[in-house]
Design a protein around this ligand. Structure first.
Ligand code: ARG
Length: 599
């Protein structure tokens, strides 16, 4: 099955070839002038330049060949030699039928499925998330879904930040505050034999009582600030980090407690946003791989001593900027952020063997990844070009700086969701959509509206673009917003319910009206939107498609009476509504958004 654009391109390409011209000039695109044509081809102008011929004459010979194509209602030459194509109602009807019969609503699968790892989200133990994490999660989730939908084998990993200096800061802060914990640490650290499972359980339940998520949230910013301003405090935190990484019994136990408490809360918040990682591997998971890796890197002659630290130089001739080296082992003997990233590449190769790893992380880490990737290629840990950083801009406040809470703090995911949900409830109440929802359905709908508002606001922009967080605008049911899309989907659902209640079912599609034709042309363009999103790792192509589809449906709904029409017009229009709903919901799902039944 192929979409009209591809099918027509083949025919036009053949017509170019028949005229003795390069076939690849015969590409068609959706028309810039939908009032005049459905598709256009600009190839005659390009051909004219190289062949030194008159473009209109080339266009005439191509259109003469095309005139016999039964799919076309009209082929015309416009302006300097553009070829304008209008397809017949019958062709559009058949194409609509084909999409309606396809569970994938017209989306093709990739030819050779690949194994793709998506590294996204990147939350940390204790350190609160900033807007970069929110964007990484929203964009990464969508890319994961798009890749998977097109047929690749995809695994998404949160790459939990659980092994760095912030852990030493936190261990110190907790011990300072709670003498009981300090005593427990002293006791466990000096203990020769490991805890029995029963003792371990007891220790964890004591920690559950004494060190909660709220404690971590409160202590971390304080400790981070002191680490910045007090060198002694920082040195102690570094020492504690090294002792943790050496798996000193007490600290290791306390750390496991931190990681577990944070992770439970994070998973809950992410889940509420429709973001579910397949893997929650942490930086700590590759700890055992680091020592042998360092040895191997050394054996390969890649490590250089640099004032007590061990580095890999990655700068290349012709670099526009000078890239710093990868810091593999610090002068204190610790593994660094980049070291765990390098070891993680090895770990992923062993466990999943991806052909590509996509790192959906804040643009501000571009250098970090370039350095890690080059080191990995030099070490032979990954095929050149198989590692890719998918960067993105920031979500800004109205002041144009990365979004902060009203108090000036970094955002907590949970607060962000709650704030958006509150707004969604308000919007639902003021919209007064004429239906009564029971409290549970109301809450469920508010949640879906909130998620749609947040995600669509993000995904409608090309990821590289920064945008301003404007909850009022994002949550509106009108305009280019997530809630508008949900509202259109819900309208179709209620239409189909009503039809069913009246005993009319969707039937074979026959298009005649302009609004019907426009809707089918959009349905036909779904595959191209997916291909663009896939190739460019850019969900905005899917977001744009979903929006245009919803708009086209809205126009069709206004122009073409459905329930009042007699069959077969009624059943045809119901069929069109049904396939539109399916494609719209598929597209929304690829953005990580779900439509409620009613709103
Ligand atoms: N935890 C990191 C941070 O907060 C992001 C992790 C991104 N992924 C990676 N493989 N480094 O900055």
């Amino acid at each position: 099955m192929t979409d009209l654009k591809r099918g027509l391109s083949e025919a036009v390409a053949a017509a170019f070839a028949a005229a003795g011209l390069p076939a690849d000039l015969g590409r068609v695109t959706p028309s810039d002038r939908p009032d005049l044509a459905d598709f256009q081809c600009n190839g005659a102008l390009a051909a004219a330049k190289t062949a030194r011929r008159d473009p209109r004459e080339i266009a005439a010979s191509v259109t003469a060949t095309l005139a016999a194509d039964p799919r076309l209602a009209a082929v015309e030459i416009a302006g300097l030699g553009f070829i304008n194509i209008r397809v017949s109602d019958k062709t559009l009807s058949e194409r609509a039928q084909e999409i309606a019969a396809d569970p994938r609503a017209g989306a093709r699968l990739v030819d050779g499925p690949r194994r793709i790892m998506v590294d996204y989200g990147g939350p940390n133990v204790a350190k609160p998330m900033h807007v970069g994490h929110l964007r990484a999660s929203i964009i990464g989730e969508s890319i994961k879904r798009i890749y998977r939908f097109r047929g690749d084998v995809v695994v998404g990993d949160a790459h939990f930040g659980d092994w760095g200096y912030q852990m030493g800061l936190l261990i110190g802060a907790v011990m300072d505050e709670d003498a009981f914990i300090k005593a427990l640490m002293d006791q466990l650290n000096s203990r020769a034999r490991p805890l029995t499972p029963e003792e371990e359980k007891q220790a964890f339940s004591a920690l559950d009582e004494r060190v909660t998520l709220a404690d971590l949230d409160r202590l971390y910013p304080m400790a981070a600030a002191r680490g910045k301003s007090e060198p002694d405090y920082r040195d102690r935190a570094r020492k504690l980090t090294a002792e943790l990484q050496a798996k000193t019994q007490g600290y290791y136990l306390l750390w496991r407690h931190f990681a577990r408490v944070t992770r439970v809360a994070l998973e809950r918040d992410f889940h509420a946003l429709g973001i579910d990682f397949d893997l929650w591997k942490g930086e700590s998971d590759v700890d055992d791989l680091i020592a042998p890796m360092v040895q191997e890197l050394d054996a390969k002659g890649l490590l250089v001593n640099d004032q007590g630290a061990r580095i890999i130089r990655v700068a290349r001739e012709g670099d526009k900027r000078e890239l710093p080296p990868l810091l593999v082992v610090s002068s204190e003997g610790s593994a660094m952020y980049g070291t765990t990233d390098l070891a993680t590449i090895l770990d992923r190769r062993k466990s999943f063997d991806p052909s590509h790893i996509l790192y959906v992380v804040d643009q501000r880490q571009a250098d970090h990844f370039e350095i890690v990737f080059r080191a990995a290629y030099q070490a032979g840990y990954a095929r050149e070009g198989s590692l890719e950083h998918i960067g993105f801009g920031t979500m800004n406040g109205t002041d144009g700086k990365p979004f902060k809470t009203r108090e000036g703090g970094v955002l907590k995911l949970n607060d962000m969701i709650e704030m958006t949900r509150t707004k969604a409830r308000e919007r639902l109440r003021e919209a007064d959509l004429g239906i009564e929802l029971d409290p549970d359905s109301f809450e469920d709908t508010a949640q879906k509206v909130a998620v749609a508002a947040l995600k669509f606001a993000d995904l409608q922009n090309f990821r590289g673009t920064s945008y301003v967080f404007d909850l009022d605008r994002f949550s509106s049911f009108e305009g280019k917003t997530g809630p508008y899309l949900l509202y259109q989907a819900v309208r179709v659902k209620s239409l189909l319910r009503k039809a069913e209640a009246e005993g009319s079912a969707p039937g074979p599609i026959t298009v005649t009206e302009t609004a019907e034709r426009d809707l089918v042309l959009l349905l036909d363009a779904f595959d191209q939107a997916l291909v663009d999103a896939y190739d460019k790792k850019a969900p905005n192509f899917v977001a744009e498609h979903a929006f245009k589809l919803a708009q086209a449906f809205s126009k069709f709904y206004a122009a073409c009476p459905i329930l009042p029409a007699e069959p077969p017009v009624r059943t045809s229009r119901l069929g069109l509504a049904q396939v539109t709903l399916r494609q719209l919901e598929l597209a929304l799902d690829l953005l990580g958004v779900a439509a409620p039944e009613r709103m």
